[in-house]
Design a protein around this ligand. Sequence first.
Ligand SMILES: Cc1cc2nc3c(=O)[nH]c(=O)nc-3n(C[C@H](O)[C@H](O)[C@H](O)COP(=O)(O)OP(=O)(O)OC[C@H]3O[C@@H](n4cnc5c(N)ncnc54)[C@H](O)[C@@H]3O)c2cc1C
Length: 345
Amino acid sequence: MVSDSVLESGNLSGRNTLGLTAHADRVVAITHATQLEQALTDARPFGPITVLGGGSNVVMHPVQRGTVLLMDIRGRTLRADDGGRVVLRVGAGENWHELVLWCHHHGLHGLANLALIPGSVGAAPIQNIGAYGVEIAQRIRAVHVIHRETLATNVLAPEACQFRYRDSCFKHEEGAQWIITAVDLQLDRAAPVCLEYPALKERLQSADPTHDAVLAGVMSLRQEKLPDPVVTPNVGSFFKNPVLTQEEGDVLRERVSDVPLFPGPGGRIKVSAAWLIDRLAWRGVEKQGVKVSEAHALVLVGCGAQTAGPWLSLAADIVASVEGAFGLTLEMEPRVLGLPEVVAS
Ligand SMILES: Cc1cc2nc3c(=O)[nH]c(=O)nc-3n(C[C@H](O)[C@H](O)[C@H](O)COP(=O)(O)OP(=O)(O)OC[C@H]3O[C@@H](n4cnc5c(N)ncnc54)[C@H](O)[C@@H]3O)c2cc1C
């Protein structure tokens, strides 16, 4: 009975890491994939349907019309084990970092570089979470989904998910119709550690670090650089790093001779958005209770703002300034949900 899962309160301020005031007409907690078909049918008369994991990559407007589905499906099941490689099926509502630790403690490797990324397993494929030289796409074997309109279930192979840098089919048109219920991850008892990311390599200072050392290194680097959302409202990086063609990179280099360019996906060039923002002296700037972090120019932190408006306003100012100075359009990483209306108290 899905009606048991309709929560009495539509208050979502505790379910987004910016701590923003937000209220939904209806909130339904989904704890089993089998509830979804009924929940989606029941939600239709009430208007739009929004899916929410841990709320660590969203900017929520005060009003969420229709129904918000809280993805709380738990469960980790071993699907295959050949002694070296295993396939683990994980419910969309499992906490990502807890899963990383659990795998590590069971000698199942491949996820250590993605430690301490907040949020749920089901949201991880949406923007193909990545950190310290690893993306989740490298470990995904299949994504289990249900279609919001047709209610058809499907199991998508990695190629169908079209994973790219902080992007996947789930962010676009047809793909956005899928709700993720579980993810199959391939882990490896004998996987080598990944030390491609220079700052991590430097931190470990060992030619042959263990998986324990990599996990500890990633966690310490993150704890130094990124604010804890439990203490300081934030969504991690607020902007994606622009990805350019070689030609576009050359044009930028002519314009700004000291701009650092890095190898990007598919032979393209990645520009550090943090560097661009820093160069324009945004670090530490505060407007209406939102500030560009002193520690990391790519991170915006809350210092009093209660609604989405000030976050989006500062973000728009930064985008305009980078565009004016460098001719590059920064793309926001978090998704904006809901309507900018004031909630009646
Ligand atoms: C301190 C901090 C550090 C971070 N560091 C990183 C980092 O290093 N790398 C990185 O990639 N990200 C990072 N993030 C961003 C964020 O943690 C990830 O994007 C995470 O995967 C979001 O998970 P969530 O459950 O909170 O998603 P939510 O914020 O709840 O949702 C994000 C989007 O996914 C959709 N969604 C959620 N669950 C589902 C589902 N089951 N099916 C379909 N759609 C769904 C939502 O509708 C929304 O559009 C960081 C965030 C913070 C606060």
